[in-house]
Design a protein around this ligand. Structure first.
Ligand SMILES: C[S@@+](CC[C@H](N)C(=O)[O-])C[C@H]1O[C@@H](n2cnc3c(N)ncnc32)[C@H](O)[C@@H]1O
Length: 273
């Protein structure tokens, strides 16, 4: 006989505890994604005995999570800033610490018209969030991955002030920008943590021998792509602040300031021309 909803939640949660410290909430999310019911319906529901529930799909989702697949790749979404973003295996899963770039750019710049570029937009997280917050800003979001750009475009539905361009960093773009933002790949190629991130695209993670290849290229080309007094905001790894500030100094940037994320780690450097 089929178990009731409460028993099923308890059984799945127990299995998920092997891979997650948030087994209960992940269980509810996976059940909601697999059944199409809201989380509230899952919590209060009598769905456990419903014949319309596809229990094979529920089992597939729970097993994939137990095998280590990230929750967001199974449910296909991740919350970032003020909206849910579609994510696929072609996009990085947005991280909460990246919201700091959005927060800084909004608080340090007036709402009057600005031209902004988000380099390596992935699922569109930074660019789409800025476009939604500042309808008068003109946002360009780029990525080298056409598949990621397709996802980002989907995530921008309803926004008229954002365009998408496939290119490598700033190379083919001739316009001058008021603001450049980027969360580039910054993990060293031999970093053992890459093993834990095996589901995410290498191109979104690996930054060369010292993790700084993309950062060096972006900062160098930003010198000719930023307007006078323009600003650039770059995310980096928790132990890379000095490397990033050195790169900015070598390229004659001024007004360098470093910012810490919600965990208290150095995370963003802002610089200006
Ligand atoms: C760390 S992910 C950041 C994604 C997104 N901005 C975020 O914060 O969630 C880096 C992104 O840079 C893109 N990328 C890698 N190499 C690139 C290049 N040469 N030019 C443009 N984008 C690139 C990757 O495809 C990936 O989407």
């Amino acid at each position: 006989m089929r178990k009731n909803a409460e028993e099923l939640i308890a059984t799945y949660t127990k299995r998920l505890k092997k891979v997650s410290d948030y087994a209960y909430s992940e269980c509810i999310e996976l059940l909601s994604a697999a059944t199409g019911l809201t989380k509230t319906q899952i919590l209060i529901g009598t769905w456990g005995s419903r014949s319309s529930i596809n229990f094979d799909l529920v089992e597939d989702y729970i097993s994939r999570r137990c095998d280590g697949e990230p929750l967001s790749y199974i449910t296909g979404t991740k919350g970032f800033w003020k909206r849910d973003f579609l994510v696929t295996k072609d996009t990085l899963i947005p991280r909460p610490e990246t919201e700091l770039i959005v927060e800084l750019v909004l608080s340090e710049n007036s709402s009057k018209k600005h031209r902004v570029i988000d380099l390596g937009t992935g699922a569109g997280t930074i660019g789409v969030s800025l476009a939604a917050e500042r309808p008068d800003w003109e946002i360009t979001a780029t990525d080298i991955s056409m598949e990621a750009l397709r996802v980002a475009k989907n995530n921008s539905a309803g926004l008229k002030n954002i365009d998408f361009v496939q290119c490598s960093w700033l190379s083919p773009l001739s316009e001058d920008f008021d603001i450049i933002v980027a969360n580039p790949p910054y993990i060293s190629d031999d970093d053992p943590h890459l093993k834990e991130l095996g589901y995410e695209p290498d191109i979104a993670l690996k930054g060369g021998k010292d993790g700084m290849d993309a950062t060096r290229e972006i900062v160098k080309s930003a010198k000719t792509s930023l307007k006078n007094l323009g600003k650039i905001y770059l995310e980096h790894g928790h132990d890379q602040k000095n490397k990033v500030t050195d790169i900015f100094h070598q390229n004659n940037f001024l007004q360098l300031e470093s910012f810490v994320d919600i965990q208290g780690n150095n995370r963003i450097v802002r610089a200006a021309l």
